[in-house]
Design a protein around this ligand. Structure first.
Ligand code: ATP
Ligand code: MG
Length: 245
């Protein structure tokens, strides 16, 4: 039996993509547990399987082999509609490219997951506004994405990810398109969310971003090759060696 604090339990996860006659082993026997309120950074070179892992944890994709238990439930045995429901209830996703709908203002963008969750219109709007306030955008509710700065757009995306109170916030290179000041702003927001109890898993290429997490997973060729508390990881030593920042 796994630890009661375990939220995500991956056991022997393999994901093989088939392209023509080629088979690409994007994940190759990943076994890892992540608990409630952990803040994890996933690092590794391009093509090492980070996004594939995030899509799997986020129930956007299924493993070819292995078992994924999410909050005590075996997702491997779920039907597609049940998996989609689990995703909607438990997962909030943030991407590098924001993925906001350009024609909708901030409130309407944040409301989107609530439409899928079948909330009434008044409730949707109220929750969306509350969440925008939570990410510090109370004064930008009616702005459309092209009327917002990069950092503000990403904060709208974070609000959209959080509006359903998901168990897990998944962020795939959330600061990849932001300058360093704006990145710090988003990372400060993540720090606050973590302090309020949010579980966060974030992909990043940058040591100074990864250092905000408490645990660092490093991937290579579809495998986790290092899993250390931040203080023991080279990203932390790099930062505190004074070579950066
Ligand atoms: N839909 C797909 N079909 C076929 N192959 C894929 C697909 N998605 C990813 N791959 C392959 O799987 C491997 C892992 O890809 P993945 O996107 O997970 O890497 P990543 O670590 O996120 O890289 P990056 O840092 O560039 O985002 C790569 O070799 C990639 O080419
Ligand atoms: Mg990726």
């Amino acid at each position: 039996m796994s630890n009661p604090k375990t939220l995500i339990s991956l056991d022997g996860i393999t994901r093989i993509y088939k392209v023509g006659s080629e088979r690409i082993r994007a994940l190759d026997g990943v076994t890892v547990d992540i608990g409630h309120n952990e803040y994890v950074a996933v690092m590794g070179q391009s093509g090492s399987g980070k996004s594939t892992l995030m899509n799997l944890i986020g129930c956007l994709d299924r493993a070819t082999e292995g078992t994924y238990i999410l909050d005590g439930k075996d997702t491997t045995r779920m039907s597609n509609p049940a998996l989609a429901r689990a995703r909607n209830e438990k997962i909030g996703f943030v991407f590098q490219s924001f993925e906001l709908l350009g024609k909708l203002n901030a409130v309407k963008n944040v409301e989107l997951p609530l439409i899928y969750a079948r909330n009434a219109s008044f409730t949707r709007s109220k929750k969306a506004k509350q969440t925008l306030k939570r990410v510090g955008l109370g004064d930008r509710m009616r702005h459309r994405p092209n009327q917002l700065s990069g950092g503000e757009k990403q904060r709208v995306a974070v609000a959209r990810a959080l509006v359903n109170n998901p168990s897990i916030l998944l962020a795939d290179e959330p600061t990849g398109n932001l300058d360093s000041r704006t990145s710090r702003e988003i990372l400060g927001l993540f720090d606050n969310l973590h302090n309020q109890g949010q579980t966060i898993i974030m992909v990043t290429h940058e040591s100074d971003v990864a250092c905000h997490a408490k645990r660092i997973l490093r991937m290579l060729d579809g495998k986790i090759v290092s899993d250390l508390p931040v203080e023991a990881d080279e990203a932390y030593r790099y930062r505190h060696g004074g070579q950066r920042l």
